[in-house]
Design a protein around this ligand. Structure first.
Ligand code: DC
Length: 208
Protein backbone atom coordinates (compact mmCIF):
# COMPACT_ATOMS: atom_id res chain seq x y z
CA UNK A 1 0.00 0.00 0.00
CA UNK A 2 1.27 3.46 -0.92
CA UNK A 3 1.96 5.57 2.18
CA UNK A 4 3.64 8.87 2.98
CA UNK A 5 4.59 9.70 6.56
CA UNK A 6 5.63 13.34 7.09
CA UNK A 7 7.86 13.98 10.10
CA UNK A 8 8.79 17.52 11.10
CA UNK A 9 10.50 19.00 14.12
CA UNK A 10 13.37 21.10 15.39
CA UNK A 11 17.08 20.26 15.44
CA UNK A 12 17.99 17.22 17.57
CA UNK A 13 14.37 16.34 18.34
CA UNK A 14 15.05 12.72 17.36
CA UNK A 15 13.00 12.95 14.16
CA UNK A 16 15.75 11.44 11.99
CA UNK A 17 16.17 8.31 14.10
CA UNK A 18 12.42 7.97 14.37
CA UNK A 19 11.92 8.38 10.61
CA UNK A 20 14.52 5.70 9.86
CA UNK A 21 12.88 3.24 12.24
CA UNK A 22 9.40 3.95 10.86
CA UNK A 23 10.64 3.40 7.30
CA UNK A 24 12.03 -0.01 8.29
CA UNK A 25 8.83 -0.90 10.16
CA UNK A 26 6.48 -0.07 7.28
CA UNK A 27 8.74 -1.06 4.35
CA UNK A 28 9.05 2.51 3.05
CA UNK A 29 11.96 4.56 1.71
CA UNK A 30 13.42 7.30 3.92
CA UNK A 31 14.54 10.83 3.05
CA UNK A 32 16.29 13.10 5.54
CA UNK A 33 15.66 16.45 3.85
CA UNK A 34 18.06 18.29 6.19
CA UNK A 35 20.84 16.53 4.28
CA UNK A 36 19.79 18.32 1.08
CA UNK A 37 20.20 21.76 2.68
CA UNK A 38 23.40 20.61 4.39
CA UNK A 39 24.86 19.39 1.10
CA UNK A 40 24.14 22.70 -0.65
CA UNK A 41 25.69 24.60 2.27
CA UNK A 42 28.78 22.37 2.27
CA UNK A 43 29.29 22.83 -1.48
CA UNK A 44 29.47 26.60 -0.95
CA UNK A 45 31.68 26.27 2.13
CA UNK A 46 34.12 23.97 0.33
CA UNK A 47 34.32 26.43 -2.58
CA UNK A 48 34.89 29.36 -0.20
CA UNK A 49 31.72 31.08 -1.38
CA UNK A 50 29.41 33.11 0.88
CA UNK A 51 26.13 31.44 1.91
CA UNK A 52 24.31 34.51 0.64
CA UNK A 53 25.33 33.90 -3.00
CA UNK A 54 21.90 33.04 -4.43
CA UNK A 55 23.12 32.11 -7.92
CA UNK A 56 25.83 29.75 -6.63
CA UNK A 57 23.51 28.25 -4.01
CA UNK A 58 20.79 27.62 -6.59
CA UNK A 59 23.29 26.03 -8.97
CA UNK A 60 24.57 23.80 -6.15
CA UNK A 61 21.00 22.75 -5.32
CA UNK A 62 20.39 21.83 -8.97
CA UNK A 63 23.44 19.61 -9.16
CA UNK A 64 23.06 17.74 -5.86
CA UNK A 65 24.08 14.10 -5.92
CA UNK A 66 22.53 12.31 -2.92
CA UNK A 67 24.54 9.16 -3.67
CA UNK A 68 27.64 11.11 -2.59
CA UNK A 69 26.31 12.38 0.75
CA UNK A 70 28.61 11.44 3.64
CA UNK A 71 29.09 11.91 7.38
CA UNK A 72 30.86 15.26 6.93
CA UNK A 73 27.39 16.74 6.35
CA UNK A 74 26.50 15.96 9.97
CA UNK A 75 28.95 18.45 11.52
CA UNK A 76 27.83 21.33 13.69
CA UNK A 77 29.28 23.95 11.31
CA UNK A 78 27.45 22.50 8.30
CA UNK A 79 24.16 22.37 10.27
CA UNK A 80 24.47 26.06 11.13
CA UNK A 81 25.30 26.96 7.53
CA UNK A 82 22.35 24.88 6.27
CA UNK A 83 19.98 26.74 8.58
CA UNK A 84 21.17 30.09 7.20
CA UNK A 85 21.11 28.98 3.57
CA UNK A 86 17.70 27.31 3.84
CA UNK A 87 16.08 30.76 4.11
CA UNK A 88 16.88 31.43 0.42
CA UNK A 89 13.56 30.95 -1.44
CA UNK A 90 15.24 30.01 -4.76
CA UNK A 91 17.12 27.14 -3.10
CA UNK A 92 13.92 25.84 -1.51
CA UNK A 93 12.13 25.95 -4.86
CA UNK A 94 14.79 23.79 -6.51
CA UNK A 95 14.73 21.27 -3.66
CA UNK A 96 10.91 20.98 -3.60
CA UNK A 97 10.92 19.11 -6.91
CA UNK A 98 13.41 16.49 -5.72
CA UNK A 99 11.51 15.93 -2.47
CA UNK A 100 8.09 15.59 -4.15
CA UNK A 101 9.47 13.14 -6.72
CA UNK A 102 10.96 11.08 -3.92
CA UNK A 103 7.63 11.13 -2.08
CA UNK A 104 5.66 10.08 -5.15
CA UNK A 105 7.78 7.00 -5.92
CA UNK A 106 6.15 3.72 -4.81
CA UNK A 107 5.78 2.35 -2.22
CA UNK A 108 5.94 5.82 -0.62
CA UNK A 109 8.25 7.21 2.00
CA UNK A 110 8.95 8.56 5.42
CA UNK A 111 10.27 12.09 4.91
CA UNK A 112 11.68 14.21 7.70
CA UNK A 113 12.43 17.92 7.82
CA UNK A 114 10.87 21.23 8.81
CA UNK A 115 8.17 21.83 6.18
CA UNK A 116 7.16 18.34 5.05
CA UNK A 117 3.63 18.36 6.48
CA UNK A 118 3.03 22.00 5.58
CA UNK A 119 4.66 22.50 2.15
CA UNK A 120 6.26 19.40 0.63
CA UNK A 121 3.54 16.79 1.29
CA UNK A 122 0.52 18.69 2.63
CA UNK A 123 -1.73 15.72 1.75
CA UNK A 124 0.33 13.12 3.64
CA UNK A 125 -2.12 10.88 5.52
CA UNK A 126 0.15 10.72 8.57
CA UNK A 127 1.97 13.76 9.94
CA UNK A 128 3.98 13.81 13.14
CA UNK A 129 5.61 16.88 14.67
CA UNK A 130 8.41 15.64 16.94
CA UNK A 131 9.76 17.92 19.61
CA UNK A 132 11.60 17.95 22.96
CA UNK A 133 12.79 20.68 25.30
CA UNK A 134 15.85 22.61 24.06
CA UNK A 135 17.87 21.35 27.07
CA UNK A 136 17.15 17.70 26.31
CA UNK A 137 17.88 18.23 22.62
CA UNK A 138 21.21 19.87 23.48
CA UNK A 139 22.16 16.91 25.71
CA UNK A 140 21.33 14.43 22.96
CA UNK A 141 23.18 16.39 20.27
CA UNK A 142 26.27 16.87 22.47
CA UNK A 143 26.37 13.08 23.00
CA UNK A 144 26.14 12.48 19.24
CA UNK A 145 28.99 14.92 18.56
CA UNK A 146 31.11 13.29 21.25
CA UNK A 147 30.45 9.86 19.71
CA UNK A 148 31.66 11.26 16.35
CA UNK A 149 34.83 12.56 18.05
CA UNK A 150 33.77 16.24 17.88
CA UNK A 151 34.54 17.80 21.27
CA UNK A 152 31.74 20.21 22.14
CA UNK A 153 30.50 22.05 25.15
CA UNK A 154 26.81 21.39 25.94
CA UNK A 155 26.12 25.07 26.64
CA UNK A 156 27.44 25.98 23.19
CA UNK A 157 25.26 23.27 21.60
CA UNK A 158 22.23 24.66 23.47
CA UNK A 159 23.00 28.17 22.19
CA UNK A 160 23.21 26.78 18.62
CA UNK A 161 19.90 24.96 19.03
CA UNK A 162 18.11 28.06 20.30
CA UNK A 163 19.54 30.18 17.48
CA UNK A 164 18.55 27.52 14.95
CA UNK A 165 14.98 27.25 16.34
CA UNK A 166 14.65 31.02 16.07
CA UNK A 167 15.97 31.13 12.50
CA UNK A 168 14.01 28.08 11.28
CA UNK A 169 10.68 29.27 12.74
CA UNK A 170 10.88 32.92 11.73
CA UNK A 171 12.10 32.72 8.12
CA UNK A 172 9.63 34.02 5.53
CA UNK A 173 9.47 30.97 3.27
CA UNK A 174 8.30 27.59 4.59
CA UNK A 175 9.13 28.22 8.26
CA UNK A 176 9.16 25.27 10.63
CA UNK A 177 5.60 24.86 11.87
CA UNK A 178 3.37 22.08 13.15
CA UNK A 179 0.75 21.40 10.44
CA UNK A 180 -2.82 21.82 11.68
CA UNK A 181 -3.44 18.08 11.15
CA UNK A 182 -0.10 16.85 12.58
CA UNK A 183 0.15 14.80 15.77
CA UNK A 184 2.46 16.33 18.36
CA UNK A 185 5.01 13.89 19.78
CA UNK A 186 6.95 15.42 22.67
CA UNK A 187 9.92 13.14 23.39
CA UNK A 188 11.37 15.18 26.29
CA UNK A 189 10.67 12.32 28.69
CA UNK A 190 10.83 9.44 26.20
CA UNK A 191 13.70 7.34 24.97
CA UNK A 192 13.83 6.38 21.31
CA UNK A 193 12.00 3.07 21.86
CA UNK A 194 9.10 4.79 23.59
CA UNK A 195 8.96 7.47 20.88
CA UNK A 196 9.00 4.76 18.21
CA UNK A 197 6.15 2.83 19.85
CA UNK A 198 4.08 6.02 20.11
CA UNK A 199 4.74 6.87 16.46
CA UNK A 200 3.85 3.35 15.25
CA UNK A 201 0.57 3.63 17.15
CA UNK A 202 -0.18 6.97 15.45
CA UNK A 203 0.50 5.48 12.01
CA UNK A 204 -1.60 2.38 12.69
CA UNK A 205 -4.47 4.40 14.10
CA UNK A 206 -4.54 6.57 10.99
CA UNK A 207 -4.82 3.47 8.77
CA UNK A 208 -7.69 1.82 10.70
O1 DC B 1 17.42 18.57 10.16
P1 DC B 1 18.80 19.19 10.01
O2 DC B 1 19.40 19.63 11.31
O3 DC B 1 19.72 18.29 9.26
O4 DC B 1 18.56 20.50 9.10
C1 DC B 1 19.58 21.45 8.85
C2 DC B 1 18.94 22.77 8.46
O5 DC B 1 18.33 22.65 7.17
C3 DC B 1 17.84 23.26 9.38
O6 DC B 1 18.33 24.03 10.46
C4 DC B 1 16.95 24.06 8.46
C5 DC B 1 17.13 23.41 7.11
N1 DC B 1 16.01 22.54 6.71
C6 DC B 1 14.92 23.16 6.16
O7 DC B 1 14.88 24.39 6.07
N2 DC B 1 13.87 22.43 5.70
C7 DC B 1 13.88 21.10 5.79
N3 DC B 1 12.84 20.38 5.31
C8 DC B 1 14.99 20.44 6.39
C9 DC B 1 16.04 21.20 6.86
Amino acid sequence: MFLIIAIDGPAASGKGTLAKKLAAQFGLRHLDTGLLYRAVAKTLMDAGQPLSDVAKATAAARSLDPSRFDDALKSRAVGEAASILSAIPEVRTVLVTFQRQFAATPPGAVIDGRDIGTVICPDAPVKIFVTASPQVRAQRRAKEFAAQGQAVDEAAVLADILARDERDTTRKVAPMKQAADAHLLDTTHMDIDAAFRAAVELVERSRR
